[in-house]
Ligand binder design. Structure first.
Ligand code: SAH
Length: 400
């Protein structure tokens, strides 16, 4: 019999809104025994209201698998959830036929702690919660059944596993390594995915739509792509007819993949593309000193604020790059600026960017307006009951 998780008075309310997290402070008592990752019955008095994964090491003490008291959490449950997530994506024309696709987006697909990205016939998973870790075999089996993929690689080396008391783990969980890294196609541009050595699962699929917008905006423009990783935005800018693309990243291996990606696309004019291994904070200042100007600047930095506790320091970092970015724009120039920090909301991010534009404008007398708000692609949905799922936000800003 499952252990029963008893809540403090009033703490059942977020569950009735279908929010899947139960924080340590909500738990009155665990009635019975449960090991990390075990499924527990969440009680409202005598009434079972949810089934959740127990995670004693984490501040998020339990994550709900199901709000249906009659649903059993077993292999069949994971088959249903994974199949539903894959079907949801197939129902959206923009996602159908994508060779790179996020098929499981954790809480937003009803599977807390489970991330899965499909690259051709390979899926790369990342399990970040005790419950997800416990059900690895069922999840992998469900993914293989739903996608027909021949290989599944695990990249559970994210820092957040520590918060759940889990060790990092990586390796093949189904099938064996292919001879070369998978190559996906994004808006007709080929991209190799360094699934074993790259960041996260190897590629930032969430920026797919925004890369297409870059391509549409790039014609005749001099482009600066900051934090370029494997060159996704850079290659789309080239494909869109940019006059020149300068890309900066501090990671040598990321730039090696970017260069490899450029070579995979011989129709793009490599002579217009320059990779620079540098720290963006410093590089922006140096470009300004050198009198360089650009017509389109992309700022897609790493997560400066994993949680709201880091928000203040992160805000300073966002302000800094945006301020120095704005100073590099030609009249009429465009800035695509992003934050993927869960700890920085859209409103705060917008006010940081506004402050940066204002300060840059003090020097150049420049006005700036948002022409579009940007977000992650549709395979990174945001469950309305789980606003925390909205981590990626961006602004397309046009200056005078
Ligand atoms: N825009 C990329 C994803 C960016 S991920 C894409 O479309 O795929 C963030 C990148 O920032 C990583 O590649 C990381 O190596 C790089 N990075 C982190 N800190 C940096 C710094 N201070 N200067 C330059 N690059 C940095």
């Amino acid at each position: 019999m499952s252990a029963r998780l008893l809540l403090k008075p009033g703490k059942e309310r977020s569950l009735f809104r279908r929010h899947p997290w139960l924080f340590a402070g909500s738990v009155a008592q665990l009635d019975g025994r449960a090991r990390p990752g075990d499924t527990v019955d969440v009680m409202d008095g005598d009434r079972l209201i949810a089934k959740a994964a127990w995670s004693p090491a984490s501040q998020i003490r339990a994550r709900v698998w199901s709000f249906d008291p009659n649903e059993t959490i077993d292999n069949a449950f994971f088959k249903r959830r994974v199949a539903a997530a894959v079907a949801r994506r197939q129902a959206l024309p923009a996602l159908r036929g994508q060779s790179g696709l996020r098929i499981l987006h954790a809480e937003s697909d009803g599977l807390p702690g489970v991330i899965a990205d499909q690259y051709g016939d390979m899926v790369v998973i990342q399990l970040t919660s005790a419950g997800a870790d416990k059900w690895r075999a069922a999840i992998v089996d469900a993914i293989v059944k739903a996608t027909g993929c021949a290989r599944v690689y695990e990249r559970s080396d994210s820092e957040v596993r520590k918060l759940e008391g889990l060790e990092p783990t990586t390796g093949w969980v189904h099938g064996a390594a292919p001879e070369t890294d998978p190559i996906i196609e994004e808006h007709g541009v080929k991209m190799a995915v360094n699934y074993a050595g790259g960041h996260k699962t190897g590629f930032y699929l969430d920026q797919r739509d925004n890369r297409r917008m870059t391509r549409e905006l790039a014609a005749g423009r001099r482009v600066l792509n900051c934090f370029c990783y494997s060159g996704g935005f850079s290659l789309q800018a080239l494909a869109g007819g940019a006059s020149e693309v300068i890309s900066i990243d501090s990671s040598g291996p990321a730039l090696a993949t970017a260069q490899q990606n450029l070579e995979l696309n011989p129709e793009l004019s490599a002579s217009k593309c320059e990779w620079r291994e540098d720290d963006v904070f410093q590089a922006l200042r140096n470009l300004h000193k050198a009198g360089e100007k650009f017509d389109l600047i992309i700022l897609d930095p790493p997560k400066f604020a994993p949680s709201s506790a880091h928000a203040e320091r992160a805000a300073r970092a966002y302000k800094d790059i945006n301020l120095h970015g704005f100073k590099l724009l030609n009249p009429g120039g465009l800035m695509m600026t992003y934050s993927c920090s869960g700890g920085i909301g859209l409103e705060l991010f917008q006010s940081i960017v506004a402050g940066a534009a204002r300060d840059a404008g003090l020097v150049t007398n420049m006005g700036a307006r948002i022409v579009q708000r940007l977000q992650g692609a549709a395979d990174h949905p945001i469950d309305l009951a789980f606003p925390e799922g909205e981590y990626l936000k961006g602004l397309l800003v046009q200056v005078d």
